[in-house]
Design a protein around this ligand. Sequence first.
Ligand code: URA
Length: 176
Amino acid sequence: MLVGEAPGETEIHNGIPFSGRAGKKLMEFLEGLGLTREDVYITSAVRSRPYKWKEKRDRQGKVEMKKYNRTPIMGEIIAHAPILDYEIQQVQAPIIVTLGNIGLQRLVGKTMKITDVHGQVLQQPVLQINEENSFEWSDNNYCIFPTFHPAALLRDESKKISFFRDLKEAVNKVKG
Ligand code: URA
């Protein structure tokens, strides 16, 4: 199971998770490990597109307002939490690979940072939303495996090696 951050513009149009630029990168890496998107369950912390309006200037200098992706806020993460909790309980994935800080911290809290814990197996409870809309730890342990968000690879090529190594490790763990 892969847990990302939130859909972007492409995903909102076609309903296919990780089908935009970052998603294509992710799929290349999965294919490099002999997997396709059918082999993994893909979801994210938030299921609507967080966006902000910003001015965009075209080549003629004409300004128009455009939607840009942004990081989801806590209210959005809380609003979508029951969906992810349900998926985690239903899918019972042998390993949950979190992609980036939002997915990671949604499941294990803000004390963990992707740069510190990527590539490590975290065998522990996950955060689930309760009826008071606050997070509490699950009774069961899950196998969490954090790595970078593929969008980070588009910004910083040096993360590619770690990303591939992490994913390979996760796949080997599932295959046993
Ligand atoms: N980032 C995500 O977390 N999910 C997507 O579907 C696309 C980008």
